[in-house]
Design a protein around this ligand. Structure first.
Ligand code: G3P
Length: 220
């Protein structure tokens, strides 16, 4: 039993009405399994999804600023007020400076929000673990959206990320992501010591997203 977080990114299939259908499908599937399923939809959809769904909803990004004179920013407090569960932080497609990651992780701790810091390799996973987020999610950028699962093609990255994160901070949970779509990819990630997976295209871009999700959790 593990953790599965689906990042809808800015895919057309994951926004608005289509995004809602995918979110609803995730909620339905989550009721049939013991795994923890959560989603990270586009920020414009987050408040609506939070108020109409029972699964946890994460933001895809948050800025390292407080309320104030900051234009076009999403603050940790805003996410808290809109009842987001937490946020992805420092995704490969939305990198932040280390000091910003530290600011957000600390602020999240204060607010009771869940922090998922994305990293791109083993050393950055160890560095992120030192900041004591709830999760670190290691995703080799070259495998993102490739359909080549990190857990099967680069198992040593997953295994060594888990080890190096634990050496630095035993309470940090490690996820892995990039190219995950099959149940086998997910189970392999768990066998390598990860708590679960972070994925996007394998479900969001699938022809039948609900079926893809059911396959991922082993219901098909
Ligand atoms: O945030 C998850 C993501 O970067 C992995 O993308 O499409 O390879 O599952 P994908």
């Amino acid at each position: 039993m593990g953790v599965i977080i689906i990042n809808f990114k800015a895919y057309e299939e994951g926004f608005g009405k289509r995004g809602y259908e995918l979110a609803k499908a995730t909620e339905e599937v989550s009721k049939k399994v013991d795994d923890y399923l959560a989603i990270a939809p586009p920020i414009l959809d987050l408040p609506e999804f939070v108020s109409s769904l029972s699964i946890d909803i994460f933001a895809q990004h948050v800025d390292a600023v407080n309320y104030g004179s900051n234009t076009g920013r999403i603050t940790p407090e805003m996410l808290n007020e809109k009842r987001a569960k937490g946020s992805l932080i420092n995704h490969s497609e939305r990198r932040l400076r280390l000091a910003d990651v530290d600011f957000i992780v600390s602020k999240f701790r204060e607010l009771g929000l869940t922090s998922i810091v994305c990293t791109n390799n083993i050393p950055t996973t160890a560095a992120a673990a030192a900041l004591s987020p709830d999760y670190v999610a290691v995703e080799p950028p070259e495998l993102i959206g490739s359909g080549i699962p990190v857990s099967k093609s680069e198992p040593e990255i997953v295994e060594n990320s888990v080890k190096s994160a634990r050496d630095v901070n035993p309470s940090v949970k490690v996820l892995c992501g990039a190219g995950i779509s099959k149940h086998e990819d997910y189970v392999t990630a768990l066998d390598l010591g990860a708590e679960g997976v972070l994925l996007a295209s394998g479900v969001v871009k699938a022809k039948y997203p609900k079926a893809a999700l059911e396959e991922l959790v082993g219901l098909r």
